[in-house]
Design a protein around this ligand. Structure first.
Ligand code: SAH
Ligand code: SF4
Length: 361
C-alpha cells in the first residue's frame, strides 16, 4: 500500500479516485501524506503561521441549519451582540500583539440594521488600525450590493463554507427552503470573488451520511471554484439540533479529527498556496489539535478574542465552552507549539493568501 500512496503523491494532478485512496490510507501511510503536505507548504508559502483574532460578534441567526447550536430554532440560547467598543478593544488587543488580522463571525442576518451596523463598525476598525489589520468577515450569504459596501468599508476577505459540495448531502443537513439553498450558497462564493474579496470556503468533516467520495469531491470543488482560503473542521454534534438524532451513526470523534488532518494535508497538496486555517473545532477534540493542523499544512490559527463573558453563548457545537480562554499565557504557549511544529509566527504581516496574489495577476 505504501508504494501506491507514494506513487499517487508524485502525480501532478490528483483525481477523485486518487483522493479516495489517500483519504483511506492507514496511519503509517498517512504520515507520507503529512510529510508531502509539509514539503509543499514549505516550498510554496514558507513555514509561517498567521494569527487571526476571532471575534464572535453575535449569535443571533435567521437560519436553521440542522447541525448548528445557535440555529434560530434553538430556544436554549441566550442571544447576544458584542458592542462596538468591545470589538474595537479586541482589535486593539490584536494590534498590540502585532497580529495581521481579525475575523468577524456571526449568525447570518440580512436585515438593514445589521448590514448598516457592520458597515459602520468596519469603518471604525479601519480608522483604528490604519490598514495594519486585514479584516475577514464570516457573516453568511449577502447580496452583491452589501458585499460591495462592506468591502469599501474595509473588509478584504470573506469566508462562506459550502458545508458540503454534495447537493443531496447539503439538503440532508439543511432545511429545504428559500433561506437554505445550495445553488445560492455556491453563488455566494462567486459573488465574493466578483466583489474583489479574498474568498474562503470549507466543509464539515464526519457529517452523518458523508462518504470519503464526498470529501474527495469537496477538495476538487475547492480547486474548481479556485478559492483563496479554507477552514475545515470536524463535525461535532450538538444535542439541541435536529442532526443529533443521527449521533449513533457517526464515525468516532477521534476518526473525524484524523480525517480533518488528512483533508488539510490533501488540500495543501492540491492547492499549494492557499491559506488554510487550523479550525477551532480541531482544538475542541484535542487540546493540541490546532498545532497538529499547522504541522500537516495549515498556516492560520484563529485565537478567540471575543470578550470571555460571551464565549459560552457562541455554542455552535458540544464541548466548545470547555476550551481554555485565550489568555496571554495561553498565547505564549501556542507560539511555543507553533515553533515546535517548525513554523514562525508572521507578526506584523497581513498574511494575505499567496494564491490570491497569483490569481489576480
Ligand atoms: N453564520 C455564518 C458563520 C458562522 S457559522 C455561516 O454559517 O456562514 C460558522 C461555521 O461553523 C459554519 O460554516 C459551520 O461549518 C460551522 N459549524 C456549525 N455547527 C457546527 C457543528 N455542529 N460542528 C462543527 N462545525 C459547525
Ligand atoms: Fe446560522 Fe451559520 Fe449556524 Fe447556520 S451555521 S445556523 S447560518 S450560525
Amino acid at each position: 500500500m505504501q508504494e501506491t500512496i507514494s506513487r499517487i503523491l508524485e502525480k501532478e494532478n490528483l483525481t477523485k479516485e486518487d483522493l479516495v485512496v489517500l483519504l483511506s490510507a492507514n496511519e503509517a501511510d498517512t504520515e507520507l501524506i503529512f510529510k508531502k503536505a509539509a514539503q509543499v507548504k514549505k516550498k510554496y508559502i514558507g513555514n509561517y503561521t498567521y494569527f487571526r483574532g476571532l471575534i464572535e460578534l453575535s449569535n443571533i441567526c435567521s437560519k436553521n441549519c440542522f447541525y448548528c447550536g445557535i440555529r434560530r430554532g434553538n430556544k436554549n440560547v441566550h442571544r447576544y451582540t458584542v458592542t462596538d467598543e468591545e470589538v474595537l478593544k479586541a482589535c486593539q488587543y490584536a494590534l498590540d500583539r502585532d497580529w495581521g488580522s481579525i475575523v468577524i463571525q456571526a449568525g447570518e442576518r440580512q436585515d438593514k440594521i445589521f448590514v448598516d451596523r457592520v458597515e459602520e463598525l468596519l469603518k471604525k476598525i479601519t480608522d483604528l488600525s490604519k490598514d495594519k489589520i486585514g479584516v475577514t468577515l464570516s457573516l453568511g450569504e449577502q447580496t452583491p450590493e452589501v458585499l460591495k459596501r462592506w468591502h469599501e468599508a474595509g473588509a478584504t476577505r470573506y469566508l462562506v463554507r459550502i458545508e458540503s459540495s454534495n447537493e443531496d448531502l447539503f439538503y440532508k443537513i439543511h432545511p429545504q427552503d428559500e433561506l437554505h439553498n445550495f445553488q445560492k450558497r455556491k453563488q455566494a462564493l462567486i459573488d465574493l470573488q466578483n466583489a474583489g474579496y479574498m474568498t474562503g470556503t470549507g466543509v464539515m468533516i464526519g457529517l452523518p451520511f458523508q462518504t470519503l467520495e464526498d470529501l474527495a469531491d469537496d477538495l476538487l470543488f475547492m480547486k474548481e471554484i479556485d478559492i483563496d482560503m479554507c477552514g475545515m473542521g470536524p463535525y461535532i454534534e450538538h444535542e439541541d439540533t435536529p442532526l443529533y438524532e443521527y449521533k449513533n451513526e457517526l464515525i468516532p470523534l477521534e476518526e473525524r479529527y484524523k480525517l480533518t488532518l488528512k483533508m488539510i494535508a490533501l488540500l495543501r497538496i492540491l492547492m499549494k498556496d492557499v491559506n488554510i486555517a487550523s479550525a477551532t473545532a480541531l482544538q475542541a477534540v484535542n487540546p493540541d489539535g490546532r498545532e497538529e493542523g499547522i504541522r500537516v499544512g495549515a498556516n492560520v490559527i484563529m485565537p478567540n478574542i471575543t470578550p470571555i463573558k460571551y464565549h459560552s453563548s457562541y455554542n455552535l457545537y458540544k464541548g466548545k465552552p470547555e476550551i481554555v480562554p485565550e489568555t496571554d499565557n495561553y498565547i505564549a504557549q501556542l507560539e511555543k507549539q507553533i515553533a515546535e511544529a517548525g513554523d514562525t509566527v508572521g507578526y506584523g504581516e497581513l498574511g494575505d493568501p499567496v494564491h490570491f496574489k497569483n490569481r489576480i495577476k
